[in-house]
Design a protein around this ligand. Sequence first.
Ligand code: NAP
Length: 310
Amino acid sequence: MSDPVEDVIILGSGPAGLTSSLYTARANLRPLLIEGTEAGGQLVLTTLVENYPGFPDGLLGPDLIRSMRQQTERFGTRFLSGDVTAVDLSRRPFTITVENEARQTNALIIATGASANLIGLESERKLLGHGVSTCATCDGFFFRDQHVAIVGGGDSAVEEAIFLAKFATKVTLIHRRDKLRASKIMQERAFKNPKIEFLWNRTIVEILDVSQGKVTGITTRVDGLTLLETLNCDGVFVAIGHSPNTALFSGQLEMDERGYIVTHHGTMTSIPGVFAAGDVQDHVYKQAITAAGSGCMAALDAERYLENLG
Ligand code: NAP
């Protein structure tokens, strides 16, 4: 006997995926949620979350994900671990292959998120959440009266430098070239800010100090020189862009020039029955609460779509 066709499969287990599973589960659609190997998404890489409404004392990112997971499980969401290796949206029902096992579904919610680009250092990975952050809005507040470094030269890096300067005593922006990529107006604001200093033509070679389990400084190499310089600081913000996790859908769904899934009328994609929620379709807001909100929207959109299918 062949496997039954699912009503709805959800890809991704961050706030968007978990909220869409909560709503579809409560609508009796028995969602199957496939959590990738980076289960929980970006929130499990953060520490304290203070801007998720309903938690006056804040809570840890991994705890927030755990609670969301328990909540949706209570209403019957089924979880499957493993990475999706292929997706076929050209025929209905849609086919989702999870590590060589094919599953079929009438509706699909894509909530695979985006990943912050990292420099690629071992020390960076080890200190992520312990002084290294990829989100100034989330973690800037913890660096009140401290000295932080920020890496990057685009709008994100400059915007985050200005934001961090509200809390920190000093912000050092480190860029690999001698010119910012950020828009002129943002550059002017940053240049005028007395708390922000710039280090040009530098590559980060090490973030210190893994042995202490916290950030104490950063070692940089000046372009063209072998000389290494160490800068003392209490935190490092990496702002060198994000990449949406959309490689699987390439050529099948409409995407913008940066690879984000294009949605319209709420969470609808270019294929009816396929919905997208959270950071995979949002490079503007990128917050846990907005991801959860769009996960709810995708669930309601999917429910309506399935009702019309009969
Ligand atoms: P971005 O524009 O792609 O800039 C990334 C920056 O990181 C570049 O300066 C790049 O250097 C640097 N970089 C990349 N890889 C690096 C590496 N491995 N090591 C060191 N540096 C590295 O990304 P973004 O700043 O996140 O912005 C993304 C988009 O969102 C842009 O279109 C931006 O305009 C938009 N945005 C707008 C606003 C706003 O309008 N308020 C705010 C944030 C973002 P190079 O310059 O040498 O390439």
